[in-house]
Ligand binder design. Structure first.
Ligand code: KE4
Length: 432
């Protein structure tokens, strides 16, 4: 069948979508702009596989960008959602479900003594920043180049000329007067961190960080780096915010903070805690969280925050994740996959490096060790794009950008990993 035939329905839908939706998508990365070509429109998914509108099946390594650690359409999650839907879809009032999930999160992530639910990770990080500013009475925050925390105005900011100089808007529509309060420095750069806190530490409300980065591709903290973030913020009276929207309940039941044994002041969550439905959350120590309305003066709200269907999906997911053998299972599968990909590339003399943490991974088309945005962007994105499309043609759906993380779940069996590596050997063979 010709390529046109293979993707006919997706192509028709994409052209129709562009008449009504900017770029034909509701989130930019889905548009395949980083890899070229037209996006696939997905019709259904089950386990580790997704099926596009033309009926083509793929092994899925996006997993909805993180939520699907139990695989798509897990029967227990689906039946829980179905039962909940029979009881109505939204009440705009508190429910027992929200108490249950709050207790579940707090029991799993001990630094989260109290938690507020939202409907997205962006709302969670945006609210955590406001709360940190309200609690400390300070306006400045620190983020890291290459880290993404959703599209809140204070977080779409690029570095100014010097480490402690004003941030600059990283998108039209972000006011310069707001952006200047966000200082952006390189991840894993100890000297830049100490310089900022030596110069303006007492003005800084918070550091926000992806403790294991997923948004420049997967990048791990250097030994001692997260400890250093904790040290400088504690000394300056600033808050440390761990954005665990991606790593929460992914790297372990307690997220990255459990793996690295760091206690942040605030934690942002999302993705897995909604089981594929819209749930975000931010939480932390009681004295900070009690600054939030209606107890305290920092305002934050949401019509669908704690939505009963979304919380039902999240709660079912978190309860299934109590079987912590899942984490060693998905970590082992990810190691097998990444080791196999490195071996396959090496056989064809193709320069790649890989980073992996738990069941998150990225294959970088560079010979450099990737430890920050500078080294990540040394990757050959054109070669990545070619690899992406060759894998797609072989029935493997990777994240459509060199600077994204791939995700595995319990449905990625040994057989599926072997199928993926067979596809990769073919893709690498015809890459040059
Ligand atoms: P959402 O608002 O997209 O639910 O969450 C924002 C967010 C916050 N923090 C981290 C660490 C995140 O990874 C995200 C969102 N992740 C992207 C993937 N890189 C979502 C995919 C998309 O933007 O469509």
């Amino acid at each position: 069948m010709s390529e046109t035939e293979t993707y006919r329905r997706s192509s028709e839908l994409f052209h129709r979508a562009q008449n009504y939706i900017p770029g034909g998508v509701n989130s930019p990365v889905r548009a395949f702009r980083a890899v070229g070509g037209e996006p696939l429109f997905i019709a259904r998914a089950s386990g580790a596989e997704i099926t596009d509108a033309d009926g083509n099946n793929y092994i899925d390594y996006i997993g909805s960008w993180g939520p699907m650690i139990l695989g798509h359409a897990h029967p227990e999650v689906i039946s829980a959602i179905k039962e909940a839907a029979e009881r109505g879809t939204s009440y705009g009032a508190p429910t027992e479900l929200e108490v249950e999930i709050a207790q579940e999160i707090s029991a799993s992530v001990p630094s989260v003594e109290k938690v507020r639910l939202t409907s997205s990770g962006t709302e969670a990080t945006m609210s955590a920043i406001r709360l940190a500013r309200g609690f400390t009475g300070r306006d400045r925050i620190v983020k890291f180049v290459g880290c993404y925390h959703g599209h809140g105005d204070s977080l779409l900011v690029k570095a100014g000329s010097g480490v402690a100089t004003f941030g600059l808007p990283d998108s039209p529509g972000v006011p310069a007067d707001l952006a200047k309060n966000t200082l952006t420095i390189n991840f894993n750069d100890f000297a830049a961190l100490e310089e900022v806190f030596d110069q303006v530490g007492k003005e800084i409300a918070a550091i926000i960080v992806e403790p294991v980065v997923g948004n420049m591709g997967c990048v791990l903290p250097k030994p001692g780096y997260l400890e250093k973030l904790r040290e400088v913020t504690a000394k300056a009276g600033s808050l440390l915010i761990f954005d665990e929207v991606m790593t929460g309940f992914r790297l372990s039941r307690g997220g990255a903070q459990q793996i690295y044994d760091i206690k942040p002041d605030l934690t942002c969550l999302g993705k897995i805690i909604g089981g594929g439905l819209p749930v975000g959350a931010f939480g932390g120590c009681k004295d900070v969280m009690n600054m939030l309305a209606p107890v305290g003066p920092v305002y934050q709200a949401g019509t669908l925050s704690g939505n009963p269907l979304a919380v039902t999906a999240g709660l079912a997911t978190l309860r299934l994740l109590k079987d912590e053998s899942i984490y060693s299972q998905v970590e082992k599968a990810t190691k097998t996959l990444v080791d196999g990909l490195l071996e396959a590339a090496k056989e064809e003399g193709i320069s790649v490096t890989a980073n992996r943490a738990g069941s998150m991974f990225t294959l970088f088309f560079t010979d450099k060790e990737v430890t920050d945005w500078e080294s990540a962007k040394s990757s050959d994105t054109a070669k990545f794009a070619k690899f992406f499309h060759k894998m797609l043609a072989e029935g493997v759906y990777l994240p459509p950008s060199q600077f994204e993380a791939g995700f595995l779940g319990i449905a990625h069996t040994e057989k599926i990993i072997e199928q993926t590596l067979t596809a990769a050997r073919k893709a690498f063979k015809h890459l040059t």
